[in-house]
Design a protein around this ligand. Structure first.
Ligand code: SAH
Length: 202
């Protein structure tokens, strides 16, 4: 049977935590696959904020959503935001801060789009920090990393190190990787810890 792909595993982790009516972010809209997945999972009463710095990615995502909506699917309202994910906290409305159930990153470049538009460690790490702060307790953040292309390995290493360094009081983190394939994409994820543990004593 084999283990599921990293993309499928990311979606599973999200599906288990993003219920109907939930709020979610796609940090790298790209071709819109994850945006559509989030919009389906959050359903009509949910809301999705999808970011990309490339106009072509925003257009592809818009077209994918329109096609699904056209065939009668019940989708969350999606805000397509043509800006960098490092500015996430500015674009996600204040009342949603601390309320997000899921945030998905799929790093690297968009196949078939502008060459050279690629995620880079500095803004990726800033976006991860912002994302962690926006999550609800029990919410999940996933990131698919691409160690197999130029620059991708440094970014993957930086993200994996960031995940490993998060205090256990703030989140639990995991790694899903095909260990015989060191150059293949892999997944890291975190689940925001429930806050208020200290106040549970006597
Ligand atoms: N590597 C994946 C696709 C990743 S798409 C695959 O092979 O399927 C990554 C997307 O991130 C691209 O559409 C790119 O435009 C976008 N991107 C790059 N920098 C970004 C940033 N700072 N904020 C938001 N999106 C960004």
């Amino acid at each position: 049977m084999g283990f599921v792909s990293v993309l499928t595993m990311a979606q599973r982790l999200v599906a288990e935590r993003l219920g109907s009516g939930g709020l979610a972010v796609d940090a790298t809209a790209g071709g819109g696959v994850d945006t559509l997945f989030l919009a389906r999972a959050a359903g009509l009463s949910g809301r999705v904020y999808a970011f990309d710095v490339q106009a072509a990615a925003i257009a592809r995502t818009r077209a994918r959503l329109a096609e699904a909506a056209g065939s009668g699917e019940a989708l969350a309202k999606v805000e397509l935001i043509h800006a960098g994910h490092e500015r996430m906290a500015e674009f996600v409305p204040e009342e949603a801060h601390g309320q997000l159930r899921a945030i998905m990153f799929n790093l690297g470049y968009l196949p078939g789009a502008e060459a050279g538009v690629i995620t880079v460690p500095e803004t990726t790490l800033a976006a991860l920090e912002a994302g962690l702060a926006l999550l609800a307790p029990g919410g999940v953040l996933t990131a698919v990393l691409y160690p197999g292309h130029a620059g991708g390995e440094d970014e993957a290493d930086a993200v994996a190190a960031w995940m490993a360094g998060i205090p256990a009081t703030a989140a639990q983190t995991i790694l899903y990787r095909f260990s015989q394939k060191p150059h293949a994409p892999y997944l890291v994820a975190l689940e925001r810890k429930t806050v208020g543990v200290a106040s549970q004593s006597p």
